[in-house]
Structures are given as structure tokens and as C-alpha cells.
Design a protein around this ligand. Sequence first.
Ligand code: HEM
Length: 484
Amino acid sequence: ILCVLRGRKRRAGEPPLIKGWIPFIGKALEFGHDAHTFLEEHKKKFGDIFTVRIAGKYMTFIMDPLLYPNVIKHGRQLDFHEFANKVSPGTFGYPPVISVKFPGMQEQIKRSFQLLQGDNLSTLTESMMGNLMLVFRQDHLCDGPREEGGWRSGSMYEFCNSVMFEATFLTMYGRPQAASRHGGMGVLREDFVRFDNMFPLLIAQMPIWLLGQTKAIREKLINYFLPHRMSCWSDTSQFIRMRSELLDQYDTLRDVDKAAHHFAILWASVGNTVPASFWVMYYLVSHPDALQVVRQELHDALRLAGVEFSQDRDVTLGKDQLEKLVYLESAINESLRLSSASMNIRVVQEDFSLRLDGECSVAVRKGDVIALYPQSMHMDPEIYKEPQSFRLDRFIQDGTMKTDFYKDGQKLKYYLMPFGSGSSMCPGRYFAVNEIKQFLCLLLLYFDLQLDEDQSRVSLDNSRAGLGILLPATDVRFRYRLQV
Ligand code: HEM
């Protein structure tokens, strides 16, 4: 027992070990409070590789981005899915995807991700455009209460959430057969936000019964996706249809289990996309010069494609046109760089020596976690000059996307990692970037946009550090009016 309380001792060849003085909890509280600062301070003291005891787990952080490729390429000895399989089922409420109980499921789930990419991306992108237009037209282009000069006021996060949540939902899951939109979307969204607020605690494996109403809210959200309801929806994406079919192959899955799988995908598809859309909109609206450049690029692209824009007709911006919008893409990359804080986690499968750099290697133990924390790289002044500021052309070189960024004079293989890496890379990343582009294009085509004056700069809410795109600490008031 004494040994467990004291924790382990550092062995030869292992990185410096930081245990904290509270048994079990170790450094969890400090880490949870501000992970980025915590890691930067430890890096200064202990170098680029160190092991920290966090909530009973030994986590080895690799801080030098030049070493990232050595971790990312180690598929067999460093596994991602062991970690995901441990935390996702408890968070979303489905039974663990283990191969003895559900043979072949893991592989089929992986295969379903292809339906978010390649040729299927065009169909999804087209469908998203229609759904964005629908929500825009019915909720924001119609007549509504206006102030002087035709301006309307809004809260920016709330605005992004209402449009992106619903348009993404319709694109992935489809719509009721007799209607263009689902009734009760506002309530679904509110429930989702309440669940999402508890998300960091659930991922930290806090028992759901300790979290007040969260269990009942999650049940309500899951029930939305029960098979008898989903079977009445039309225009469902091929991705979701394939997942329904694959879940139907397993007799031991109850209807609520299948519904919980669909709910998890809802979280994956909007949980990061909504805050990411917010940050792009926020940075552009708060940098009017940048906004003007992106707007001009968009008008030029439409003109080149022979599309005449008029407010009464729906616009279509397909995959090929979106690819040409390099300034908009740079604005998205720059916003993701400034707001993403996802941790890349791998679980060590056996004791071994992890080779890092030339002769340098570190010993790691079975069951330990190896972690990359790309926010440290995103905020490194050597890689990104003045890392705190938004620069529209940060990712542009000679009119195309810039891909060479350097550390210690060496070109980085990985320099922007909002979507994870290697085996745990987000399969929805191309769709996500396209839908954010489409959303911004519609905003810029239809509206003049302004921030309300006298608001302080928005800061990041760090409560989900490690888990994806951070939310803003407060919402932002803005004004918009139809362009004349
Ligand atoms: C996984 C980020 C949008 C579907 C991930 C992971 C990250 C991420 C970092 C890896 C998690 C890990 O390493 O633990 C993002 C960001 C998005 C976004 C920043 C938006 C800006 C989307 C969208 C979809 C999606 C739109 C679906 C339509 C998924 C799925 C996984 C995943 C299914 C799990 C993959 C697996 O289990 O191997 N995402 N994502 N994501 N994402 Fe995304």
C-alpha cells in the first residue's frame, strides 16, 4: 500500500518523473487549472520530455514538435483506441466496443469514416450548402425586428451555434419526411449544450450520477436517435445510413445502445465545429481589413466561376470553389491555431525504449500514456512570430497555402494539429473545414458585420483544455444587416 501511495521510482533511461505531493491526484489540479502554462513551466525546468503523475496515471509529455513524428509513427506499441474505448462509452452511454462481444465492429466503424471523405465529401458538402441556405433564409434573411440603419443585434456564439448545429444535424441525419426541418431543434440544442458543459468531467471519468441532471439530459438526447424515429427521416447521409446498418448487425445491441452511438457522432460532428466557426467569425469581424480581403477573394472566385450573386437566389459553393479560397482557409487555420487545445494520447502496449532523435531514446512502461500537446507548438514564438496575434496571411506563401514552418532551423513535419494525428486523426476534418468555409461565405455575401463597441477582447475558457477547440469565456455582441 505504501508503494502505491508513494508511487513509483524513476528507473534508469526513464524521463524525469514529477509526482506531486498528493498521492493519487498528483499534479491533476494544477494541470486542470491551466494545462498550457503548467506544461511550459515544466518544460523550462525538466526539458522536452518528462513524466507527470496525473490522477493516478503516468503521462509522459513530448514537448519538442521535431520529435512528434517518432511518436505518431509508432502504431503498434503506442495505441490510441485503448484510451478512446475506455472513455467514450462511459461518456456517451454505449457498451464498450470490444472485439469479443462485437466481432468486427471496430474495423467496420473505421471503414465508415471513408464516407466522410473523397468522393463522398462532394455530396456532403453540397447537402450542407442547401441546409445552411435553408436555415439562413428562414431565420436570418427574413424580415425581423431591426434597429436604425437596418442593423440587427446578436450574440455571436449563440448565432454560430444555432446555424451550424442545425445545418450539420440536417446534413448528417436528414429531416422528417414531411418537413424541411425538425421540430424542437432549439430544445435539442439547449440539452446538447447542458450535456456539453459536463463533457470534460465525463471524459475525466466522473460518475454521471454525481453530475446532477446530466444523466436525464443524456437519456433525452440519446432517445432522439432511437431507430424507430430515425427510420422516419429522409435525406440521411450515407455515413449515418451505413452506421445504422452496421449497428443492426449486432443482436446484443439494444435500441438505446444504437441510439447512443449516433449521439456520440452528433457530438463529434458539432462539438468542435461550432466553437471553431465562432473563432473564425470572431477573428474576421474583429479584423475588418482581413474581413475585406476574404470578402473580395470570395467575390472574385464567384465571378471567375461565372456565378452571379443575388440575394434572392440560393448560392452554391461546391468543393472545387471552396478549395480556391486560400485567404479564407488561412483565416480558418489561424483561428484553429489560436483556439485548439487537443491532447494527442497513446497508451504504451509494452515496456520498450522509444527512439526519439538519433541516439536519444527514453524507456516507457506498459500502461503509461504518451502525450503530445500541440497547443505548446501552436504558441511557440520561434515557429509562429507573435503567436498571440491573429494574422490573416500566416498560412499563405506566394498565393498558395504555406506548409513550411521551422524549429531550430529544421522544417517541421507537423506544425498545425487541431485535428489530432496519425491513427487518431479526425476523419471529419475535410468536411469540417468545408462547412466552416460555407458558413463564412454566406455571412460575408449577405451581411455587413460589426462588433458592438466597448467589449473587451474575448479570452479562452480553459475548462476543456486537452479535449479540442476551446470555447470563448464570454459571448460577444455583434450587429449585422443585409448588404445593399
Ligand atoms: C476525432 C477534432 C469536426 C468526426 C477527432 C479528434 C480530433 C478532432 C482532435 C481526435 C480525438 C483524439 O485524438 O482523441 C475535430 C475538430 C473539428 C472536428 C477540431 C472541427 C473543427 C468533425 C466533424 C466530424 C468529426 C465535422 C464528422 C462529421 C470525428 C470522429 C472522430 C473524430 C468520428 C473519432 C475518430 C476515431 O475514433 O478514430 N476530431 N473534429 N469531427 N472526429 Fe473530429
